[in-house]
Design a protein around this ligand. Structure first.
Ligand code: AMP
Length: 190
């Protein structure tokens, strides 16, 4: 299986590039942000709980997010692989993901990190806000908090996969096509 973590701060282009990568490599897209927004829309208890955190730009607690993953893996047993988009976001989540995959006789192939500088992230998210309708995209303070949370809580996931020799950095500025080329070049070398 090809199991990729598409990594990077909010606004790095994970969602956009995931759409293209799933087409090219026939992978199943697993975005915890998308799943959580679906739960909010359906007004489930999980969604109502998660919204409190998302609206502030904070992380939803590990146990809530982790509970959603095993089920998704089991629903897609015939998949050629997965793209994890926006997950894992803490080292606890990364350790649990490794265990869940090991239980299923597979593992992460690589963590591919899109690198984009701070001001560009803000610019992209504010632009996305015009069409995404996401409240967490529309407010500069919330965006700044999401980026801070990324640096404090999420970026240590890089070290976790570096230790496994699975970390690949990709320059995240340029056109969507250029970035996609860089990603596929890195993935095809795996
Ligand atoms: P995203 O669509 O990946 O930018 O996620 C939007 C928001 O959902 C984040 O700012 C978090 O509040 C929450 N979220 C998504 N994925 C996770 C995760 N793996 N762990 C904790 N919170 C998450």
């Amino acid at each position: 299986m090809l199991n990729l973590i598409l990594f990077g701060p909010p606004g790095a282009g994970k969602g956009t590039q995931s759409e293209r990568l799933i087409d090219k490599y026939q992978l199943v897209h697993l975005s915890t942000g998308d799943i959580l927004r679906g739960e909010i829309k359906a007004q489930t208890p999980l969604g109502i709980e998660a919204k409190k955190y998302i609206d502030k730009g904070e992380l939803v607690p590990d146990k809530v997010v982790i509970g959603m993953i095993g089920e998704k893996l089991d629903h897609n047993k015939m998949a050629k692989g997965f793209i994890f988009d926006g997950f894992p976001r803490t080292t606890t989540q990364a350790k649990v993901l490794d265990l869940l995959l090991a239980e299923r006789q597979t593992s992460i192939s690589a963590l591919v990190a899109l690198e984009v500088e701070h001001e560009e992230l803000i610019k992209r998210i504010l632009h996305r806000a015009k069409s995404s309708g996401r409240t967490d995209d529309a407010d500069r303070n919330i965006i700044e908090n999401r980026i801070k949370v990324y640096h404090n809580e999420t970026s240590p996931v890089i070290a976790h996969y570096s230790r496994q020799n699975k970390f690949i950095a990709v320059h995240g500025l340029g056109t969507i096509d250029e970035i996609f080329e860089r990603l596929t070049a890195a993935i095809d070398r795996l």
